[in-house]
Ligand binder design. Structure first.
Ligand code: AMP
Ligand code: MG
Length: 406
């Protein structure tokens, strides 16, 4: 058996980032910048009003004007070219440009309007001061400034900033295409009654979801029989059209595991067949078909998910240019004993994590921890990382990997 860290190193050392591409902004969600991005404009692009109100010149107020003739209205999207004459005002709507020679805005809520001789006049109790309610040009972003360093993962706020600057194509690492296939004669995808000995294929669904959730594109290569020709064909197609391939099943020591022979052949012997000191997900294979990395995940449904989490996910994140490959481990109080026996392995126990009212996280283990018990995986939101030994007593702290929000 090798240590998990050793297996992760074998995988990550042979993974490279994909070639950066200029990708339309709307497809960049979750992708990582390949170069630093600079602002070509300032935001806001012009001084504008933060409120609905009246644009004024504070000098007029200081020099004693009490009433201001209202010359008209400036809507958002409109503008006023000529300078504000002394003692006058414009009604102005949130986001509209300040007219030249104005420097503050009186909120509409604080205004008193008087109509006289077909004209309207503004007066007020408390006067605004210079800059009040004005959003200065460049107060958010200044032209030329560094926006985001290389290796920034773009999320909602980043995408909004780039859109506001008209940066509609961004140099990022593209979304990896991840081919997924299941292997096994026993697997069915039919909703009708199962034939004797059959079970339904669940790994393609779980793996596709995990791939999608991390921002990569899952490509389905179906369920493949334990047949050398079909396996060879499927792996060849997947490896030649994808950036990475995930297969499940056939990596342990069963009698009909042709996956091993076929992968050894297609990878020109580059596959490492590992036994990792973890539970679940001990067997794991990794190598390359031509230049495409291939991850041979175990067939047991929980093992394939845990194996993805610990070994494939960090590698795909590396392809995506991410500098943050591992989920952070956080501390949690164990509300029940996290029971295990010494066996030289690190155990990843399915747990349900929840907050208490002090802001601490507590975990409870699922009752079933065997690697075929997929239902308990569905009902967990975290994995407790329990080192070799006798487990974690009630009330003690444990490390957990959060897989979903609590
Ligand atoms: P294997 O790794 O091929 O020896 O399979 C280990 C166990 O996982 C067996 O019980 C398989 O039936 C089961 N298994 C393999 N592939 C899948 C799959 N795609 N969906 C559900 N169970 C599977
Ligand atoms: Mg099998």
């Amino acid at each position: 058996m090798i240590k998990l860290e050793e297996a992760q190193k074998i995988v990550l050392d042979s993974i490279s980032r994909l070639q950066p591409e200029d990708i339309p902004l709307e497809d960049c969600d979750g992708l990582v910048t390949a170069e630093p991005l600079y602002a070509g404009e300032s935001i806001p692009p012009f001084d504008n009003t933060a409120v609905d109100g009246f644009a004024l010149n504070s000098h007029d107020i200081d020099s004693g004007f009490k009433e201001f003739e209202i010359l008209g209205t400036i809507a958002a999207g409109g503008y006023q070219e000529s300078p504000l004459p002394t003692g006058k005002t414009y009604r102005i709507m949130t986001g509209a440009p300040m007219p030249p020679n104005s420097d503050c805005v009186l909120m509409v809520e604080d205004s008193l309007i008087t109509d006289r001789d077909g004209k309207s006049y503004l007066s007020f109790q408390s006067a605004p001061k210079k800059s009040d309610n004005v959003r200065e040009a460049g107060s958010d972003i200044k032209e030329g400034q560094l926006l985001f360093e290389a290796q920034t993962r773009l999320t909602a706020g980043h995408l909004g900033v780039l859109a506001s600057l008209g940066m509609y194509r961004v140099r990022v690492y593209p979304r990896p295409r991840v081919g997924i296939l299941s292997t096994g004669d026993e697997l069915s995808n039919d909703s009708g009654p199962l034939q004797p000995g059959q079970i339904r294929d669940s790994n393609r669904q779980t793996l596709a979801s995990l791939v999608r959730e991390m921002g990569a594109d899952p490509i389905d290569f179906g369920t493949i029989k334990d047949d050398p020709d079909q396996l060879r064909d499927a792996f060849t197609k997947a490896a030649s059209s994808c950036d990475a391939v995930l297969s499940s099943g056939g990596v342990s020591v069963g009698d009909f595991d042709y996956t091993k022979a076929v992968l050894d052949e297609l990878s020109s012997g580059s596959m490492s067949w590992m036994q990792i000191a973890i539970r679940p997900a001990k067997p794991f294979a990794f190598g390359h078909i031509a230049t495409t990395p291939v991850f041979g995940l175990p067939g047991n449904p929980v093992s394939s998910m845990v194996s993805f989490e610990l070994l494939a996910r960090p590698a795909i994140l590396k392809m995506m240019g991410s500098s943050n490959l591992f989920r952070s481990q956080i501390a949690a109080v164990s509300d029940s004993e996290l029971r295990r026996r010494p066996d030289g392995k690190t155990h990843f126990l399915r747990v349900t994590a929840s907050w208490d009212d002090q802001g601490r996280i507590h975990v409870k283990p699922q009752s079933g921890q065997s690697s075929h018990l997929l239902y308990s995986m569905a009902n967990s939101n975290a994995l407790a990382v329990v080192p070799d030994g006798h487990g974690v007593p009630v009330g003690e702290m444990t490390h957990i990997i959060l897989l979903r929000e609590i």
